[in-house]
Design a binder for this molecule. Structure first.
Ligand code: TRP
Ligand code: SF4
Length: 378
């Protein structure tokens, strides 16, 4: 995927090529929203509170979220309870990590004037809906979720044989459905979770929605997976320790790029290389403009440029993207309280929206909070 820098930062929505998130619209849903007018489709997405974000998080999600804000009513959730599903034994950093995530979100351009930015644990209704969903979700649905099997196999240093970990996608379903979201922008790895969310919505509506469906079935908006390599050439991921953080200062970015692996066929300076099999070439494809890309292509294949030079151009392109983010971040870094206040205000709005859905949910289940007497003498 080739993107020019100007396209990356252009906030207009006129160029159809930029609308990575466009997806066939879902069916019209009946709604009973009062606090939030439903003129725009609703989006919900979230990230676990795992601390500072890296470029992979940006191109895999955040960049797309920033663009979506003008077109959708967006809800962005810092999923701190989801962080507990794996980090339950040591909770000392969860709260701080939530704040770090929000700082990066604000730096990247999520805007509290446009979107509801909130923290999951401050909206306790997510837990209530999770509990109700847990009653109707067959165990076999959860056991077959691919992330469940994979993570249990891959993460050996923690005991993931817990009730909470199995229920991870049920909690995620509650995150999504409590806002009656129409669309959920996610990467490939989360599509199965959105699919499960649709099944839970269907089952809930089937049991309790005879008068009217309570939940719409949300669509996954697949964020096109830019193949973003880390410094070791594998997919950029916190667990591989191969990331470039959104907060890395210039010298760190340059140093990380210097040590990045290249086309293994290019052993000597005089050996021609191939940017299509080089992780640095992949970075250029994602972040560099066409002119630079052309220089890389020509120079690498003819051995007229060295890898050191090529990497310095890649670093320039990354810094072009990171600099404005780091500028924007300063204000919040100097006064993190500002970011916390944004999270608090967003959580208040989220509680209102979630509260309205919970009233529909309780009413549909015949469990509204008001007095209704007995079926015999009232
Ligand atoms: N499970 C998601 C992830 O690991 C994070 C998440 C939590 C989420 N709640 C969500 C994503 C709701 C989309 C919608 O990336
Ligand atoms: Fe990779 Fe650039 Fe070196 Fe070619 S010149 S092998 S693209 S780093």
């Amino acid at each position: 995927m080739l993107r020019s820098k100007s396209a990356l930062h252009d906030t207009s929505t006129s160029d159809p090529n930029r609308q990575l998130y466009v997806f066939p619209p879902g069916s019209g849903h009946r709604r009973s929203m009062t606090l939030f007018t439903k003129s725009r489709k609703r989006v919900l997405s979230g990230m676990r509170s795992t601390g500072k974000l890296h470029l992979g998080n940006y191109v895999g999600a955040l960049e797309n979220w920033v663009r979506m804000q003008d077109e959708y009513q967006c809800f962005f959730c810092v999923a701190d309870w989801h962080a507990l599903t794996t980090d339950y034994a040591d909770t000392s950093r969860v709260k701080e990590n939530s704040l770090e995530v929000v700082l990066d979100w604000l730096a990247a351009g999520l805007d509290p004037e446009k979107s509801v930015i909130f923290i999951q644990s401050h909206v306790p209704a997510h837990a209530e809906l999770h509990l109700l969903f847990s009653m109707i979700t067959p165990l076999r649905w959860l056991e077959r979720v691919p992330t469940y099997k994979e993570q249990r196999e891959n993460i050996k240093d923690k005991d993931l044989g817990t009730y909470g970990f199995l229920g991870y996608p049920v909690l995620q379903s509650a995150d999504i459905l409590i806002y009656k979201a129409d669309c959920v922008p996610v990467g490939e790895d989360q599509v199965a979770h959105v699919e499960l969310t649709r099944e839970i919505a269907r089952r809930f509506n089937g049991f309790y929605g005879d008068v009217k469906a309570v939940f719409p079935e949300p669509q996954a908006l697949l964020t096109p997976a830019a193949k973003l390599p880390g410094t070791d050439g594998r997919k950029m991921s916190k667990s591989y320790g191969n990331t470039v953080l959104l907060t890395d200062p210039e010298p760190v970015v340059r140093q990380k790029l210097k040590t990045m692996v290249t086309d293994p066929a290019r052993v000597r300076r005089s050996d021609p290389g191939n940017p299509d099999v080089c992780p640095v070439g992949d970075l250029h494809k994602i972040f560099s403009d066409q002119a630079t890309m052309a220089k890389v292509n020509e120079g690498c294949r003819s051995a007229r440029i060295g890898c050191i030079e090529c990497k310095s151009w890649a670093a320039d392109a990354l810094l072009n993207l990171l600099n404005p983010m780091q500028q924007r971040r300063k204000k919040f870094e100097e006064n993190p309280r500002l970011a916390w206040d944004i999270l608090e205000a967003g959580s208040e709005r989220a509680r209102q929206a979630a509260g309205e859905t919970m009233e529909d949910v309780r009413a549909a289940m015949g469990m509204s909070l008001g007095y209704e007497g007995t079926s015999e003498g009232k």
